[in-house]
Design a protein around this ligand. Sequence first.
Ligand code: BES
Ligand code: ZN
Length: 581
Amino acid sequence: MARDLHSHAEPERVRVRHVELDLDLDFDVRAASGTAELRLERTDPAAPLVLDAAGLEIEAVRAADGAPRDFTLGEEVAALGAPLRVALAPDDTSVTIAYRAAGSGALQWLAPEQTAGGEHPFLFSQGQAILTRTWIPLQDSPGVRVTYGATLRCPAGFTPVMSAEQLGEDGDGAFRFRMPQAIPPYLIALACGELAFRSFSERSGVWAEPSVVDAAHDELRDTEDMIRAAEGLFGAYRWGRYDVLVLPPAFPFGGMENPRLTFATPTILAGDRSLVSLVAHELAHSWSGNLVTNATWRDFWLNEGFTVYFEQRIMEEVFGRERSAMEQVLARRALEREMADLAPEDQVLHVDLEGRAPEEGCTLVPYEKGALFLRRLEELFGRGRFDRFLAGWFDGHAFESVTTAEFVAYLRRELLDGSPEVAANLDLEAWLSEPGLPADAPVATSDALDRVDAARAAFLAGDGGVETGAWTTQEWLHFVEGVPADAGAAALDKLDAAFGFTASGNAEILCAWLRLAIRARYAAADARVESFLFEVGRLKFLRPLYAALLELDAARARELYARARPRYHAVSTSALDRLLG
Ligand code: BES
Ligand code: ZN
């Protein structure tokens, strides 16, 4: 097993196998406190248990009989937190840690005004990549899979949910959960607030605040079809239920693939199902990521590249080739745009993260270059063979954490070695270890988007009305993203008058437009920029908007950020603190 640079744990000596949580969620003081019982596998009987902990108050460590055990909390290492060392007695097969998690890390405590209902506070966790250690002391490495159970107590009227089977409430006010399948610690997740549920099918449904749940149910009604399509492609869904939790807009990501319960931003609720590829993506992680997990954060492309490829295949099955092709064209442009600003070593799939936080490897490279690599393999070996190859990968490594080297060995054994004349057309080294996009990267094309290019050119040339009647979100995005920043404020004024972009209710289109508006100094959008930055916590939107503001008016960027910052999750603030200095 490859060493994980981002964990203090020494699982080859003592390994955590099961985590049993018993926590009180206190919204008044914004803290989770209680106990974590860790069940252990001991390979080296003389070794201490070494855990990851960041910002936790450790009150006591006890053996199964309640007797105390000595522990030391080492020095905090930047981004990694501290090692928590527990001295074990010879017979210890478990320890129970009493602790408290306050402060900002994985847990974000939202004020009532940050929710749709506006009356109750809300709590959610975000564990990936290395934040689970900020609310649970454990071996926070994706190579250390655990089963877990939990008992949660929260105020009356609140519903807690987790990335686990919900066992319900026993009349004692405590809610119980159970995850009997071994998962990496970054997938342990909870949320708690005023929540309602509506089902799509026997095994699938959506959770959201009561005032959002109907819209969410309507928007995501293709979820069961997506699950079936995914199963048809790469094998049975192995987690029982698949539900989606639509969070308040402060959620820092588009989506997070917490097992059995995808967490999603409400900014995908566009009203026309046009942004649901995000659900296809998080669902795909049920295979690529959750069943077969990157062993270290260097191998992140095994999670995300596979998932983007799988997402695109699901979209093609459920919504057709044209939709999927448009999404691929947009993704390719985003990749090229981002890669132009990345150092060569960050353009590499199997990235070197020595001395760096996992987040620094979280660019579009593992996502889109990773997916293009798999598309290239599909192109070379044909869909039938490649699909069997991928299904075999998921099946043969189910509930395992895997390295890039293991994937390469599987690829050689199953595809390359048996077909040397085909393999000769693949420069594996270039794909995995070199910067940039290899020359043989497949190019997606879309006639619909080509027509958008023509329409945009005509509009900007002042040729009058263009036919946009039945355009989809993807076409509008392509339209807006292609407007040059030096088009000038007058051109943007004409565009806005014709198409109403500043008033768009589609967060993707709005974000693309606002970025353009900032760069073109189109002041009529200023108020919308500000309200958007205050409402939405999704880093994908915040980063480009703050970056554009920073370039034009650094003082305004910093002033806005200082006011909005308390509303953002720690993953967003740590990225934005870096950007805005
Ligand atoms: N697992 C990721 C989110 C993530 C990555 C969290 C790295 C922490 C560290 C999730 O599956 C994801 O990729 N979300 C994307 C959406 C997707 C459609 C590309 C997002 O949030 O934008
Ligand atoms: Zn993902």
